[in-house]
Every structure is written in C-alpha cells, then in structure tokens.
Design a protein around this ligand. Structure first.
Ligand code: NDP
Ligand code: 2IT
Length: 444
C-alpha cells in the first residue's frame, strides 16, 4: 500500500466518528500524492505524514456557567494545538451547538496549510465549544466567555497560541474573553486577534476574510481571462465573512443576489443591500426574514437552495459541506464559471470534483479565506510593535497577500503537472513549507 493510503487508513482507524476530519485529511493527502511519491522513503522514515495529521496537543475541558434563571449550564470545550512548525498556534474559536472534537480537528488541520500559505509565521490551531450564543443575553454570553477563558488561559499566550473569531465568535465574545485573560494573567498582550479597535485590534480585520476572498477571486478570474465587474454573484451565509464578501464584490462592480442563514435564503434581484444586512445581523442579531420584510425586491425561501439561482460566481461563506453535489450540478447547469470558498470546507469532495471536471474555476478555502488569519497575523505584528497601521495600509497588505497566494498555488499546481487545479496547488504549496520546517527542527 502507498504511504499516503497507509496514513489515511491510520487516521480513520485512530479517529473514529470524526467524518469531517477524515474528509479534510483525505483531500490534502490525495493532493500530496505526487509530492510524496517523489520522496516516499524519506517521508516514511521521518513519519512526516503521521506527524502532520496528529495534533501536537488536544485540550478538552468543561465550561460551567450560570444562566439568567440561575440554572447552572455546562458545555464541552476544545483547543487543538495542531502544528507549531512555522509559528505559534493560530486559529479561531467556534461557538456553535454542532461543535465536537472532530470538527475542531478538521478546522485545525486545514489551518496548518492555510496559515502556511499566508507567508506569515503562524502555526495551526483551532478551538471552540458547543455553546450556542444565539438567543442568549449579553450577560449569559459574558458568563460563558469568562468561564471558558478561566480554563483556556493556561494554554495560550501571545507567543504560544493566539485564538480569534469563527462562527459564533465575533467582537463581543473576543472582548469578554480578552478582559478575562487580562484579569487572570495581568498581561496586556496580543493573545487574541479580532480585538476591538480601542484595545489592540487591527483596522480591516473585521472586513479581512470577505475582502480577501474577493481579492483572490478577482485575481483567479483575471488570470483566466475573466473580469469580476458585471458578474452576478451568489453568496451563502450572512455572518462576518458573507457580509464583507458582499460588500467588496459590490465595490468591485459585481451584483450579489443572495445571502442565507441556517433557516433560509434571500434572493434580491436588485442586489443585496449591505447596510440593511449589517443592521439586521450585526446590530439586531436577527433573522433574514427581517431583511425580506424590509425590502420589496427581496424574496425569502425556507431551507436550502441558495446555489440554485443563476450566477456566474458562487461564494459559499456559511459552513462545512453546505455546497453539495445537487448544488454543484445546478451551478454548472446555470453557467457558473467560478466557485471560491469563504467558509472552511463548504464544498463536499464529490461536489468539488464535479465542479473541477466541468471546468469551473475552484479556489479552496485554505487559500481563498486566508485573508482573515493573515490580517490576524498583521494584528499580532502591530501589537508587538505597539503601533497601529491605517485601514489603507492593512488593506494594501491584505491585497498583496491574497494576490501572492493565488500565484503561489497556481504555480505549485503547474509545477506538479496539474495546471488549474488550485486545490492541489494550495495543499502542495502549504505542505512544502511546513514539511521543510518540521524536517529542519528534527524529531519533535
Ligand atoms: P458567523 O457566525 O459570523 O456567520 C456564520 C453564518 O453561517 C451565519 O449566517 C449562519 O447562520 C450560517 N451558518 C452557520 N452554521 C450553519 C449551519 N450549520 N447551516 C447553515 N448555515 C449556517 O461566522 P463567520 O462568517 O465568521 O464564518 C463563516 C465561515 O467562514 C465558517 O466556515 C468559518 O470557519 C469560516 N471562516 C471565518 C473566518 C473569520 O475570520 N471569521 C476566517 C476564515 C474562515 P445562522 O445565523 O442561522 O446560524
Ligand atoms: O478559519 C479561520 O481562518 C478563522 N476563523 C480566522 C482565524 C484567525 O486566527 O484569525
């Protein structure tokens, strides 16, 4: 059996009931076949693939907190410190009822390669909890965040592990966590990113993932002879990534006709009104039905289906495995030319293969959504220097990072005879840097 297949079998055997983790590993290992085959004996002797698929450390803990009725609640929480070959662990914290160890491991594994692609010195990690911030009062969210940090603070630090936001973790949650870290340690340091602008946050971090997604998409389209301006775009999700993806797409001259949340989706023939969307999602924390109620041009549809609309470009920005084979078929049938992942692993393996086979340009999340973590790394730099850059400075760095990522993955794909396969290019380019650093540092 090939070394790649042996390692994949071991991952499945040793991590039962973690399908998302298996899926993420499978995609990466399949892409790496040509790289591994060139040096199979060396990699096997070094157990490099076993080491890269096994987290350096996994922290599991409980989070007790008191709700507004005086009832004690307990949640499961996780921090997976996956790989520190090229820098301190770095990656978000997801707060969503679906969170389990397998989901955090898939996210942490993806983060290793994504962070490598940014070109910045950050290792891979991820964390979170099955706590659901939806419908909770601010006081309940604070109680949870303080209790969560009361355990987590032992394992993190500005040069150790630097968490950030993800699904369910935004500026409010980061603020409460930062306050508790500071209180427990007495240290005012850049231990979290996505902080508020008054206490160490970076300008443009809020916008970075969505903006970065569009910078990379624009570059991918341009290098394949297309223009983003004038295109019709379908976006899924209505959270941090989706909102700023919509905004940047519109600034670049595209028309965005959809957004979605876990209940349903909006088709707005006149183009999504970002100011209204922000008011509903960021201020009122309300559902998309309110968007439809407030705007005559918007139709609300219950359930799935956001990718059944006619579009040129699709940007899945909600969650894993939301873009499935039936969506891929609808996109191809409707003439879609490009898909770029704002979310982490939003496209199933089957759907990805279908899109690629039918000539749709496909940018995987670990490249396309890397602008968020890249700007987090820029926030870390500013914290270390005790300086803050202007919005324009950060945005210019973000643009150049995203354009650089596109050319890096494009060239890696070509170097291994897979021109245009950006999934392979991203996995190979991300891997080579981390593998080189692991080899240089010996058996650790
Ligand atoms: P938010 O919590 O701000 O928004 C998430 C959005 O996705 C909401 O509209 C939510 O709808 C929807 N959603 C979440 N879970 C589901 C589900 N199970 N089914 C359907 N819809 C769902 O998160 P972000 O925008 O920050 O994150 C979105 C994606 O982008 C995630 O995959 C995340 O890992 C990834 N990402 C985020 C980065 C960041 O900087 N924030 C950076 C890189 C990637 P509802 O409100 O109904 O739950
Ligand atoms: O998936 C991701 O890259 C994030 N949620 C952002 C991580 C970060 O450290 O900014």
């Amino acid at each position: 059996m090939s070394y790649v297949d042996e390692v994949y079998e071991r991952v499945v055997r040793e991590n039962p009931s973690q399908p998302e983790f298996h899926q993420a590993v499978r995609e990466v290992l399949d892409s790496l076949r040509p790289v591994i085959e060139r040096n199979e004996e060396k990699y096997r002797r070094e157990a490099l693939l076993e080491r890269i698929t096994m987290p350096e450390r996994q922290i599991l803990f409980r989070v007790p907190w008191v709700d507004d009725k005086g009832q004690v609640q307990v949640n499961n929480a996780f921090r997976v410190q996956f790989n520190s070959a090229i820098g301190p662990y770095k990656g978000g914290l997801r707060l969503h009822p679906s969170v389990n160890l397998g989901i955090i491991k898939f996210l942490g594994f993806e983060q290793i390669f994504k962070n490598s692609l940014t070109g910045l010195p950050i290792g891979g990690g991820k964390g979170g909890s099955d706590f659901d911030p939806k419908g909770k009062s601010d006081r309940e969210v604070m109680a949870f965040c303080q209790s969560f940090m009361t355990e987590l603070f032992k394992y993190i630090g500005a040069d150790v592990d630097v968490p950030a936001g993800d699904i369910g973790t935004g500026a409010r949650e980061i603020g409460f966590m930062y306050g508790q870290y500071k209180r427990l340690t007495g240290k005012y340091e850049g231990v979290l990113t996505g902080k508020g602008l008054t206490y160490g946050g970076s300008l443009a971090r809020t916008e970075a993932t969505g903006y970065g997604l569009l910078y990379l998409t624009q570059e991918m389209l341009a290098s394949n002879g297309h223009e983003l301006a004038g295109k019709t775009v379908a976006v899924s999700g209505a959270g941090n990534v989706a909102i700023y993806a919509v905004q940047k797409a519109q600034q670049l001259g595209a028309k965005v006709v959809t957004v979605s949340d876990s209940n349903g989706w909006i088709y707005d023939a006149e183009g999504i009104d970002v100011a209204l969307l922000r008011e509903i999602k960021e201020v009122r924390r309300a559902r998309l039905t309110e968007y439809a109620a407030a705007r005559a041009s918007a139709q609300y549809h219950e359930g799935r289906g956001v990718f059944t609309v006619k579009c040129d470009v699709a940007l899945p920005c909600a969650t894993q495995n939301e873009l499935r084979i039936e969506d891929a078929k609808a996109l191809v049938a409707n003439g879609c030319i490009a898909v770029a992942e704002g979310a982490n692993m939003p496209t199933t393996l089957e759907a990805t293969e279908y899109l690629q086979k039918h000539g749709v340009l496909f940018a995987p999340g670990k490249a396309a959504n890397a602008g968020g973590v890249a700007t987090s790394a820029l926030e870390m730099s500013q914290n270390s220097m005790r300086l803050s850059w202007t919005f324009e400075e950060v945005d210019a760095k973000l643009q150049s990072i995203m354009v650089g990522i596109f050319h890096n993955i494009d060239e890696a794909a070509k170097a291994y005879g897979m021109a245009g396969n950006y999934v392979a290019g991203a996995n190979i380019a991300g891997f080579l840097k981390v593998a080189g650093a692991m080899e240089a540092q010996g058996v650790v």
